[in-house]
Design a protein around this ligand. Structure first.
Ligand code: SAH
Length: 258
């Protein structure tokens, strides 16, 4: 007689946010899971001090996906997670920042749920909040901004998500935080100006936010593309646009030491 499989998986997959880089911004829950994990599958943007939290006995799998570098396909990563959850109790899928903010955490979780794998999320500090904060830029401020939009600047928009309506964002949000936008700024900036933003609107780019290598580039919508070219400013960086960027002049002096 065929035996009914009641428990196909021994373990559970935890989608854990590693935060933007400073290990002090990792959650206690995430750190505990790293210490007790049997398997950790991590992305390229996860910083070495966070990887150092992984317990000695854990199997580590690099699923790196930096722009232009070889990476495991999304489906292959999911396949590994499903496979590992069959025989391991604690499988951690470690992602930079927050897993559900431009981290494909939602997509991976859907695939795991479809496969019947128990899964839960441990949110992380997203770089769109932390990188501006470490640069001295509050995203809202009673005098300057009462709304903030998080948006992707990645060129591939349209392939697997709706095209970004930059005009509507320019009209509708006083602070705009762009992820993955550095390589596409020359296309984004004119669309924001067409949408109604003044050409002298301040913009700040924060690269490697919360890490010792953190760098900022501050200008206006008119100047920033040239500044990026001149300084060869590279990803990964967050762009912040809006009046709150003016606070950088006074608040960047009290930045956290990293
Ligand atoms: N899930 C992540 C975002 C992944 S998309 C999060 O919540 O932060 C990758 C993009 O995040 C990068 O292109 C960059 O725009 C941003 N990013 C990630 N880490 C960063 C950091 N330490 N400093 C600045 N930007 C960062």
């Amino acid at each position: 007689m065929a035996r009914v499989e009641t428990q196909q998986y021994l373990g559970k997959v935890y989608l854990v946010g590693a935060g933007p880089g400073d290990p002090g911004l990792m959650t206690l829950k995430g750190k505990q899971l790293l210490e007790h994990a049997d398997v950790v599958v991590y992305d390229a943007l996860v910083s070495p001090p966070i990887l150092a939290m992984i317990g000695d006995r854990a199997e580590r799998i690099d699923a790196g996906k930096r722009r232009g570098r070889h990476s495991k396909l999304q489906s292959e990563t999911t396949r590994i997670l499903i496979e590992k959850a069959r025989t391991n109790a604690v499988v951690v899928r470690l992602k930079g920042g927050d897993p559900f903010v431009f981290g494909r955490g939602g997509e991976e979780m859907e695939d795991l749920v479809k496969a019947g794998v128990p899964v839960e999320v441990v949110p992380g500090m997203t770089s769109g909040i932390a990188a501006p904060a470490y640069a001295g830029i509050p995203l809202t401020h009673r005098g300057h901004s009462s709304s903030v939009t998080f948006v992707t600047g990645h060129e591939a928009a349209g392939k697997y998500r709706p095209q970004v309506n930059w005009g509507a964002i320019a009209q509708g949000s006083e602070t705009i935080v762009i992820y993955m936008g550095i390589h596409n700024l020359a296309n984004i900036v004119p669309r924001l100006i067409e949408g109604g933003l003044r050409p002298d609107t301040p913009i700040a780019l924060v690269r490697w936010g919360t890490l010792p290598e953190q760098e900022e580039l501050v200008g206006t919508l008119t100047t920033i593309v040239r500044q990026v070219e001149e300084t060869r400013f590279e990803a990964p960086a967050i762009a912040v646009i809006g009046k709150v960027v003016n606070l950088y002049a006074t608040l960047s002096n009290c930045r956290p030491s990293v």
